[in-house]
Design a protein around this ligand. Structure first.
Ligand code: UDX
Length: 389
């Protein structure tokens, strides 16, 4: 990203302005990309999108294609349309514009790849002019374009995230059963994933999904469904399973250790996934809370997320290397599957630990290798087994 940004800025292809009216004036296509965080009732907070629309209505002087990239509830397009029209009316201006919904499907840490090589481009618009402009804009990108209504496009974004989260909660709930009856969920997911109708992705069992998108978008879709009195029961269960997955996992930890009180616990990984410093809705926060409630001593390690978590939990102990975290720990909990954590020398680590207990919340270590090294190892839906048998 850094390299590309430098190049674009040097070429004059990327410009920054202090005044919004300058951008509005100079560009025919305007993307609204502001955040839509969750309100306490789960609905998406649209105030930033609405403010952007007001500004556009206030400053536009000729035709604009106004593209909503932010994830917004179905029906937001209509709202934004009205806001822009009302701003224009205040100025006694009649200027034509097109409102377009072009949801983004970028993953954190892979944004550039996902932007340049998307699997599909979804464009919700109502006029041929808008369709042509958007087709032209994306002409260099080799991906199918699906044109829909604005509302359909808005729903596609929510439905896609909801379905991916469903896959995760499905395998996570199944993992709880696998754990109990001696079945390896990793093999189950592998076997299921070979069926192209199911596919192998997003079937990695763990301690739940986090991040800035899945939890927020699922809450927003549930809030919309509830307001419309069409309960989405499957999605509600997806959310419930995710909410309780950490609790289920921590009870396993507690059972194995007898008690957590006074125990020294190494928490490895704080971000919601590797390759980001983002801790929004990260499961690490729930785990730290649980450990504090149970009077454990916590030593936490993360390559990028430490500073953010420090602001929430200033009193726990933070270290700069994974091995420092393991020093005299009674147990290790792996929360994020960072390369730095997977590649720990577990043979050496055993001499540093006070007790060889490893609880792998991301199923990122090899269970039989850990057992051979003499660890008490527990994953998620990977009951103790020896692969050589
Ligand atoms: C997601 C969507 O993938 C992306 O298309 C959308 O635009 C934004 O939301 P992101 O939040 O960056 O992207 O992360 P993603 O890689 O999808 O992972 C989300 C969470 O699910 C992480 O906490 C990850 O650990 C978890 N996950 C993912 C699993 O627990 N199991 C899996 O198999 C996959």
């Amino acid at each position: 990203m850094e390299e590309l940004l430098k190049k674009l800025i040097a070429n004059g292809n990327l410009l920054f302005f202090h005044q919004i009216e300058e951008v509005i004036d100079q560009c025919e296509i305007l993307f609204i990309t502001v955040g839509t965080p969750s309100l306490p009732n789960g609905e998406a907070d649209l105030s930033y999108v609405e403010e952007a629309a007001r500004q556009i209505g206030r400053w536009m002087n000729e035709y604009k294609a106004i593209v909503i990239k932010s994830t917004v509830p179905v029906g937001t397009g209509d709202k934004i349309n009205k806001i822009i029209k009302s701003e224009l009316k205040k100025r006694n201006r009649e200027i034509s514009f097109d409102l377009i919904s072009n949801p983004e499907f970028l993953r954190e840490g892979k944004a550039l790849q996902d932007a340049l090589y998307p699997e599909r481009i979804v464009i919700g618009c109502e006029t041929e002019k808008a369709q042509k402009l958007m087709k032209d804009l994306y002409k260099e990108i080799n991906a199918p374009i699906l044109f829909t209504t604005i509302k359909d496009a808005e729903m596609i974004k929510y439905a896609s995230n909801a379905f991916l989260a469903t896959k995760i909660s499905f395998i996570n709930e199944l993992a709880r059963l696998c754990d109990k009856i001696g079945v390896n969920v990793i093999q189950v997911a592998k076997g299921m994933g070979l069926d192209s109708r199911i596919g192998p992705q997003f079937l990695q069992a763990g301690i739940g999904y986090g991040g800035s998108c899945f939890p927020k978008d699922i809450k927003a879709l549930l809030a919309l469904a509830s307001a419309e009195k069409i309960p989405l029961q499957i999605l509600q269960a997806v959310s419930d399973v995710n909410e309780t997955q950490v609790q289920w996992f921590m009870e396993k930890v507690k059972r194995a250790l007898g008690s957590l009180s006074g125990k020294r616990i190494a928490v490895l990984g704080l971000t919601f996934k590797p390759q980001t410093d983002d801790i929004r809705e990260a499961t690490s926060l729930k785990i730290i809370h649980y450990l504090i409630q149970n009077n454990s001593y916590i030593t936490a390690y993360d390559p990028q997320g430490t500073e953010h978590v420090k602001k929430i939990y200033p009193t726990i102990h933070y270290v700069k290397t994974p091995l420092e975290a393991l020093k005299e720990a009674d147990a290790v909990i792996i929360v994020t599957d960072w390369k730095e954590i997977i590649e720990i020398d577990w043979q050496k680590a055993k001499n540093i630990l006070s007790q060889p207990f490893v609880f792998d919340g991301r199923n990122c270590l090899n269970p039989s290798a850990m057992l051979k090294l003499g660890y008490h190892y527990e994953g998620v839906g990977t009951p103790s087994f020896d692969e050589s048998n």
